[in-house]
Write a new protein. Sequence first.
Lengths: 236, 474
Amino acid sequence: MSARDEILAAVRRSLRVTGDEAPRRAAAQARLAQSPAGIIPRRGQGDAGKRAATFGKEATRAQASLAGVAEAADVPAEVARFLRENNLAAAVRMGEDARLSAMPWGATALEISRGPSDGHDLNAVSAAFAAVAESGTLALVSGPDNPTTLAFLPDNHIVVMFADDLVGDYESVFVKLRAVYGAGAAPRTVNFITGPSRSADIEETLLLGAHGPRRLHIVVVGAAREASAAEAGAEK
Amino acid sequence: MSGATTPRFKDNVHEALRDERLQRALRHSDNFASGRAAAAERLPEFEALRDSARAIKDHTLAHLDLYLEAYERKVAESGGHLHYARDAAEANAIVLDLCKRRGARTVTKGKSMISEEIGLNAALEAAGIEAIETDLGEYIIQLRGEAPSHIIAPAIHLCKADVEADFRRAHRDLPAARDLSQPEQLLAEARAILRDKFLSADVGVTGANFLVAETGTSIIVTNEGNGDLTQILPKAHVVVASLEKIVPTLADAAQLLRVLARSATGQDMTVYTTLSTGPRRPGDQDGPEEYHVVLLDNGRSAMLGSEFEDMLRCIRCGACMNHCPVYHAIGGHAYGWVYPGPMGAVLTPSLIGVAEGGQLPNASTFCGRCEEVCPMRIPLPAMMRHWREREFERRLSPVAARSALGLWAFFAKRPALYRFATDLMTRALRLAGGARGRFSWLPFAGGWTRYRDLAAPQGATFQSRWRARSGAVR
């Protein structure tokens, strides 16, 4: 008997089942098809303004830095400012994400290169697929648009997050993934990122920049609009 | 053979208690407990999430055969390869074969307790393949030829001076004048060395925190990002994981993730939580060309349906050892095999047999803190008791313990005699304890008094006090 058949047989022997029981099969199929949500913390919930505030607070707690810009066109200037103020090289690498490519990078003095990282890039820019308010977490998806190496090899990672993509919880990211990739499918890699790389393996001293980026900077696009919408809502 | 020193557990304990350096290192390992408490406090739904997490794993284990089949279909659909391994030898052979077929010379590794369990590094080295641990703590202990002493903080038994000495010994190009006295400098040194290893590795091996049946996805969590560099840079990504890592859906994994990081390090979410599904897709410019999962049984299918089934809910957060007075006194190495602390005391006899691992379930004060903090609500003390009973039944416990139990049983079966004898003993000890009220030495109690005083009884026996109390209530 193959290892596979023997292991499955051993599991069934221990569970005292054959694997053909209709109620068991139905229970497993139903769970896979319906994906029940479980307990969703209230912390990440609320309207767009509330979610944005929670996201900012939690991401900061995880030692990411944040900046808000009103329009996508404002992103290159913010990236340039972040690099300048931290005395970092005025060069960034990014993938072929259409939203990033449409931004006026030429209006800045930044040197732009495109494609995955080979380990020689100091700074990278990625666009987030989604973000989660509950824990200040970004969700990045692999592909030519945003190669995964950009999130790990450079010293400084800048992530552009569109306010409309901010959801309350991880489960909502999965709903969004299903809408794009289909039920029961997923992209090669989904990276949930909460703050910059760190280690506390030596005497429990927390240090940033273990193997991945030392800095994680999040640029929220449409943040001002969301905030003013929330204010307008409060005035009513 | 497991290579465990578990049968010599008692000697290990004496060594650990006498090891001043170890005792010093163990002193700064209290952050985990306060971190967990703060994280749990900050999330009102934490207790409800623990219930939810337990229910998910119980449901999964009860339907494990079906979810394994579903997972297998999805891995194949996404272009990955699933390999089943009955035991450690089979798992190592599969990984070796994958490496050889690629002509691999170096393998980078993300932190994986399963790879420790199967002894993968030794198997790779024996075949002339260099295995490089990339988690900072794992890298340090690999340089020392040691096993991890904690499942999430492998080098917790070391001080920074130990690490400096190891780096100076192993990194031959290191100028003697370079200051490496602080953790920052040590981290920078390891980062630079390992960066080259990541970029030149032929195969990357990681573990998995969860395997998702819904999509055929493996999930790893790391704070350093080493797991990600391990799996995206080499041509092949090999996941080694055990059967019980299966969960039905991504949403189920999210429930478990919410209790995992909080219970482990006190974070709301580990920095990098990475979902991997199959090899790189058409158009992808990075990521592995091959994706393999080696699914290990190694005794787990036999735990299903037994009194140890609850142990298969374990998500390896380490909270039980972080809150264990025994672990805090002796560290992880004394346990003698891969898994230390309360979860190790229950799991080890299941995996390597009660003959070899049977002493570990005795390493408990039964204070119950492990069960209190276990996110999966695993009844660890009850399971340690099951093992003690089995050890006794199979006559594996030491002669002294058996005769002491026999003597106690003789009195316990004769209540009048028991009351008389314990009353007499209590009075005698109180008198002998004198004004100090404690003993630094006592016949037959050397095991206790060697490291601490034994308090002399202060009042009457429990039974007589209980009688007096119920009398007063009436």
